[in-house]
Design a protein around this ligand. Structure first.
Ligand SMILES: Nc1ncnc2c1ncn2[C@@H]1O[C@H](COP(=O)(O)OP(=O)(O)OP(=O)(O)O)[C@@H](O)[C@H]1O
Ligand SMILES: [Mg+2]
Length: 476
């Protein structure tokens, strides 16, 4: 923002000190302030020392190294802060602070620079990893000028937070990149018509008693005339109505808002791929990014900051596939019940399912339309087989198992289609030893446990061909 460009180094140091204080509980020392100010002005240690009352040796050998280590932790965001990189990093920190300050001064809808922001972007006290995903998304938005990007992945994997982070970075890079940023949290009480109507009212467009198609076209014109960044967060919620008419409306919506090349961008987060929601008769210009768990360094940092240490952390990250909200839940439980001792937690051989994933699996298993009968049976078959032997199951064994054990009359192509859909929703895992070998399937431990325990009775309904959950000794 403009206000950050006019900041002097003393103010920047005050902003920095507040962050150091909240992270370490200590203020910056006088010598540290001197080193920071001198480095900002491009001076070497000797020059910094000359009018400071400290010796160059002391500042370079005693103050500097400790200071850079602390600053790397507090503001480095995974990057080492050094004397030479300090100014750029500090500018970013100050800019970020100014944006937050400006945003917090306004209540509901706020103005940041020249951008009008509507809706509440999710925030987290600490944000870990996702460097590559942020770069990729920013490239798609800024350079490839994609008009619609879908970010998919299982519940709690970090879709919403990632998009919020990308928006924050876009604003930091160029505060007037968009005229409007609209964060629309989709709820299951809204239809696509209501979402479109709400957007029309946010953009203050004239639309009285018009049809859905007309309203979509009005919205599309607005996207051509103005630079808008629209987020539809949690789009799968709108799609819980199993109706052909609705699916056609979703298609009309996506066709309409992506028509022609425009300067706007629509980011959609969804647990379910858009092609499973909309009735797709034509190929839509929608880019897709499937989000996986945090990489091991980021996940390790996250656990460390939650007070968990030791080799067990590697196993935790592996078991929960780096899913940040799952790791959050399990870390909280380990701290609360096992006093932070990861090994003790493993001694009980338990698997904790976090609330986000549970909600998603309830939705997948519970409502007609998301999981077909065959997909459900495949999931049950995998869970039961894997509870006896955790070795991933090859395709041929899956097909013969479905036919023999469940007595299903299915064609191979039906099974392949079902497996592809399950894979796209991150509900199953695939692996193969080499490119020449048959594909093997398995389940994430939490998903397996959800199926076998079936706490809400959504998995094994009366029509299920096999109900062997009671026979399966899944440890709790
Ligand atoms: N990169 C991250 N760094 C730190 N915490 C994260 C990160 N990503 C996600 N989290 C944690 O996981 C929680 C869930 O993230 P988020 O809401 O983005 O998931 P989601 O994929 O949108 O889930 P859902 O499908 O349920 O909407 C966050 O509230 C936060 O606590
Ligand atoms: Mg979300």
């Amino acid at each position: 923002m403009n206000s950050s460009q006019n900041l002097d180094i003393r103010t920047v140091i005050d902003i920095l000190e507040a962050q150091v204080l909240s992270y370490t509980g200590k203020r910056l020392t006088k010598a540290e302030r001197i080193v920071i100010e001198g480095s900002w002005h491009g001076k070497d240690y000797k020059e910094i020392a000359s009018d400071s009352g400290y010796s160059g040796y002391y500042l370079q050998q005693e103050v500097g190294p400790q200071l850079w280590t602390t600053l790397s932790k507090v503001i480095g965001n995974g990057v080492q802060v050094k004397k030479i990189t300090l100014k750029n990093i500090l500018l970013k920190v100050a800019k970020e602070y100014c944006i937050k300050l400006e945003a917090s001064r306004l209540d509901d809808d706020c103005l940041v620079g020249k951008t009008r922001i509507y809706g509440d972007l999710p925030k987290a006290a600490f944000f870990y990893g996702r460097k590559k995903e942020i770069i990729d998304l920013k490239k798609q938005i800024n350079f490839s000028k994609k008009s619609c990007i879908a970010i998919t992945g299982i519940g709690g994997i970090g879709k919403s937070l990632l998009v919020a982070k990308v928006i924050e970075e876009i604003l930091l890079d160029k505060s007037d990149a968009y005229e409007y940023i609209v964060w629309n949290t989709v709820t299951r009480y809204f239809s696509i018509d209501e979402i479109v109507t709400e957007l029309i009212s946010i953009f203050d467009l004239e639309a009285e008693e018009e049809t859905l198609l007309e309203k979509i076209s009005l919205l599309s014109k607005h996207f051509h005339l103005h630079r808008c960044l629209l987020v539809l967060d949690g789009f799968e919620k709108v799609a819980q109505v199993e109706s052909f008419k609705k699916r056609l409306e979703y298609e009309d919506f996506f066709v309409g808002i992506t028509k022609g090349r425009h300067k706007s961008c629509i980011l959609v987060t969804s647990q379910v791929p858009l092609k499973d929601i909309a009735y797709v008769t034509q190929s839509l210009p929608i880019e897709s990014l499937r989000l996986e768990g945090l990489d091991s360094n980021a996940a390790m940092q996250m656990l460390r900051d939650k007070g968990l240490f030791g080799d067990g952390c590697i196993q935790l990250i592996e078991n929960y596939r780096g899913n940040p909200s799952e790791l959050d839940t399990v870390a909280e439980r380990i701290n609360r019940i096992f006093g932070g001792n990861v090994q003790k937690f493993f001694d009980y051989e338990t698997t904790v399912i976090g609330p986000r994933l549970k909600v998603m699996l309830n939705m997948q298993f519970g409502r007609a339309g998301f999981l077909s009968d065959l997909q459900k049976k495949i999931m049950i078959f995998l869970a039961e087989e894997l509870s006896k032997d955790s070795t991933p199951i090859p395709f041929f064994k899956l097909v013969s198992g479905l036919k023999e054990r469940l007595g299903l009359k299915v064609s191979v192509s039906e099974v392949i289609t079902a497996m592809e859909a399950l894979d796209e929703r991150s509900l199953i895992e695939t692996s193969r030893k080499s490119s020449k070998q048959e594909i093997c399937y398995s389940l994430e431990p939490v998903v397996k446990k959800y199926i076998l325990v079936d706490a809400l009775g959504l998995v094994y309904d009366k029509t299920s061909a096999s109900q062997t959950s009671n026979a399966v000794q899944e440890r709790m």
